[in-house]
Ligand binder design. Structure first.
Ligand code: PGA
Length: 244
């Protein structure tokens, strides 16, 4: 794992964004694995800026998101479908038909998970996957547990995740379940960029980088991936032994 520590979220957004912009410049049909949450937003802002400046086009790019809430209407302001439109897709020239997010409202959840895995298998895994990390070490919505999930599945969200994300649900009605790529799906990405900022992430970041590889910290599996770059601010890096 390569660890990079920056002063500001904007610097992280520019550095992570440049990696993605270069991938898109080299391959106009690049396959991007995308994430929601606050962490990737400055990266998306950088990419929108590059598009507006005429530096890159997403016309041939396809996008595959990590996860989506269950039992939340697709057009709800808190769905990840809406999040991606508001924070990226509506501001660039990507073809909406090439943007993929698991359907958290599918009548047959198992079939939807199999469909999503088959879609990602069919492209041989994404070229680059952006990740945040939960305070409990989750990536996607892979919550701490006894094993690493191979493929996309339905998960019951843990209390710490509900606590972190319920700030966005003003009516207090935060979904309790989500569909998420499994760890196996995430690990099939050729390259991984993980972004974490703020002191609340410091323990999870330490467990991910310096802890044993264990499903108790799902992000720790990234130690075994050949191409992971972790972008941190100083607060998120503060518990790392090597950064002292
Ligand atoms: P955040 O979420 O980027 O909003 O902090 C990350 C996550 O829970 O995976």
């Amino acid at each position: 794992m390569e660890i990079k520590v920056f002063q500001t979220k904007e610097q992280i957004g520019a550095a992570a964004g440049k990696i993605i912009a270069d991938i898109v410049k080299n391959d106009p049909a690049a396959k991007l694995g995308l994430a929601t949450g606050a962490s990737p937003v400055p990266t998306y802002r950088y990419l929108i800026g590059q598009y507006e400046a005429g530096e890159i086009s997403f016309r041939g790019v396809s996008a595959y998101n990590l996860d989506e809430y269950c039992d939340l209407p697709r057009d709800d302001e808190n769905s990840y479908y809406t999040f991606m439109r508001r924070n990226l897709f509506d501001h660039i020239d990507i073809d909406p038909a090439n943007t993929h997010i698991p359907d958290g409202n599918a009548a047959d959840t198992d079939a939807e998970c199999r469909r999503y895995d088959a879609l990602i298998d069919s492209i041989g895994g994404v070229d680059v996957q952006i990740l945040g990390i939960g305070t409990d070490g989750h990536i996607g919505f892979n919550e701490p547990g006894d094993s690493f999930a191979p493929g996309t599945f339905r998960i019951k969200l843990h209390e710490s995740t509900i606590e972190s994300n319920s700030i966005y649900f003003k009516d207090g009605k935060m979904p309790r379940y989500a569909l998420t790529m499994g760890i196996g799906t995430i690990m099939s990405a050729k390259k991984i960029i993980l972004i974490a900022t703020g002191a609340a992430k410091a323990k999870a970041v330490k467990a991910m980088i310096e802890g044993e590889v264990s499903p108790a910290c799902q992000a720790s599996i990234l130690q075994t991936h050949p191409d992971v770059t972790v972008f941190l601010d100083e607060a998120a890096a503060e518990l790392l032994t090597s950064e002292k």
